[in-house]
Design a protein around this ligand. Structure first.
Ligand code: NAD
Ligand code: TYD
Length: 345
């Protein structure tokens, strides 16, 4: 591996992964290919551009643009593709599913086809625990479970996974897939629950908890996830999928209490609101396959939440301009008509 094409590298997880790659592998060159949607931001990579002028390149482009993808592969002699590019937020997928179908399914197909035509390049797909659907009882999802997505976001990510596997089986494309639990940490767009709630609380705004707040999520620190992706990229078995998460879930209400405690803000900021349509109650990953590959997370979910809260407290320069831009219209659309529940539902 030498010339790594990282799609969606200007987004949250992608920009953290690019930092890891450039710091860890002095002989790698990283080509970030990103459309710069509302979620992609060049400021997420401004320190990277300054620190690695010779080994980092940014190309603005859409993964659905086959000509541009092919041309960029050739121009930079790309040998490895890591696909982070996606529409990534469930609530937006409920409002506008088509954008998800386009990027997460069609875009994945276009990258696979380009990788195949370029001579079967090494391809890694970033996927999500949401493809397994919501998990009942005390089951934990293993990589061989059937995919049972329930939101438009999860359905398009699951379709992407199916295409990636199909390209391996049919054409021998050397692929791996990683399915991550909820990531948190620096540079996460404040539509996702933790950065939304921290930045609301810092402005003494209410925290809109969907429904009863008893939904379960595994909140992992983004750098732990990136280290797992790095390991799968270099040591994963070709053709296989890997779950990456702490393996421990907590309820959304438990998460909010840790967040408010770290901020020193009162619980009275919590406001239960009308639930998300089709809300998955629980995701739960069995991560033993990653552990046996030699990976383990540095952060527990609680440590990850506290570290993330501190980053948003210290980095208002990053999120204040976002919150006053496009985000405001989005926030009104999702939250202004939402019924407030009188008590915990
Ligand atoms: P994000 O929304 O922060 O970033 C997505 C990036 O993709 C942005 O930079 C955006 O500009 C770019 N992009 C979108 N459409 C594009 C297109 N058509 N062409 C090129 N670039 C495009 O997302 P994230 O949270 O960093 O997620 C990255 C990946 O990880 C996604 O594939 C997501 O499904 C997956 N994932 C996310 C989480 C999570 O908790 N955030 C968990 C598991 C898996
Ligand atoms: P989110 O960060 O959107 O991730 P995902 O739905 O992909 O897991 O949401 C995490 C959890 O927080 C999920 O159970 C939905 C819930 N949530 C709220 O209660 N209120 C909110 O305003 C948001 C955005 C999410």
């Amino acid at each position: 591996m030498q010339n790594i094409f990282v799609t969606g590298g200007a987004g949250f997880i992608g920009c953290n992964f690019v930092r890891l790659l450039l710091a860890k592998y002095p002989d790698y060159r990283v080509i970030v290919y990103d459309k710069l949607t509302y979620a992609g931001r060049l400021e997420n990579l401004q320190d990277v551009a300054a620190q690695y002028p010779d080994r980092y390149t940014f190309v603005q482009g859409d993964i659905c643009d086959a000509d541009k993808v092919n041309e960029t592969f050739q121009r930079y002699d790309v040998d490895t593709v890591v696909n982070f590019a996606a529409e990534s937020h469930v609530d937006r997928s409920i409002l506008d599913p088509e954008a998800f179908l386009r990027t997460d399914v069609m875009g994945t197909y276009i990258l696979l086809e380009a990788a195949r035509k370029a001579g079967n390049l090494r391809y890694h797909q970033i996927s999500t625990d949401e493809v397994y659907g919501h998990i009942h009882g005390d089951h934990k999802s293993v990589e061989t479970d059937n995919l049972a997505p329930r939101s438009p976001y999860a359905a398009s990510k699951a379709s992407g996974d199916h295409f990636v596997n199909a390209y391996h089986i049919t054409y021998g494309l050397p692929i791996t897939i990683s399915r991550g639990a909820n990531n948190i940490g620096p540079f996460q767009y404040p539509e996702k629950v933790i950065p939304l709630f921290v930045t609301n609380a810092l402005q003494d705004m209410r925290l809109p908890v969907y429904g009863d707040g008893q939904q379960m999520r595994d909140y992992q620190y983004v750098m732990d996830h990136c280290q797992g992706i790095d390991l799968v990229l270099h040591k994963g078995v070709i053709g296989e999928s890997y779950n990456i998460g702490t393996g421990f879930e907590m309820t959304n209400l438990a998460m909010v209490e840790i967040l408010l405690d770290e901020l020193g803000k009162p619980r009275s900021l919590i406001q239960h609101v009308e639930d998300r349509q089709g809300h998955d109650r629980r995701y739960s990953l069995d991560v033993r396959k990653m552990l046996s590959l030699g990976w383990e997370p540095d952060y527990s979910p609680e440590e990850a939440i506290r570290a993330t809260v501190r980053w948003y407290v210290d980095n208002r320069w990053w999120w204040e301009p976002i919150r006053s831009g496009e985000f405001q219209a989005y926030y009104d659309r999702v939250y202004s008509q939402r019924a407030v529940l009188p008590t915990a539902a």
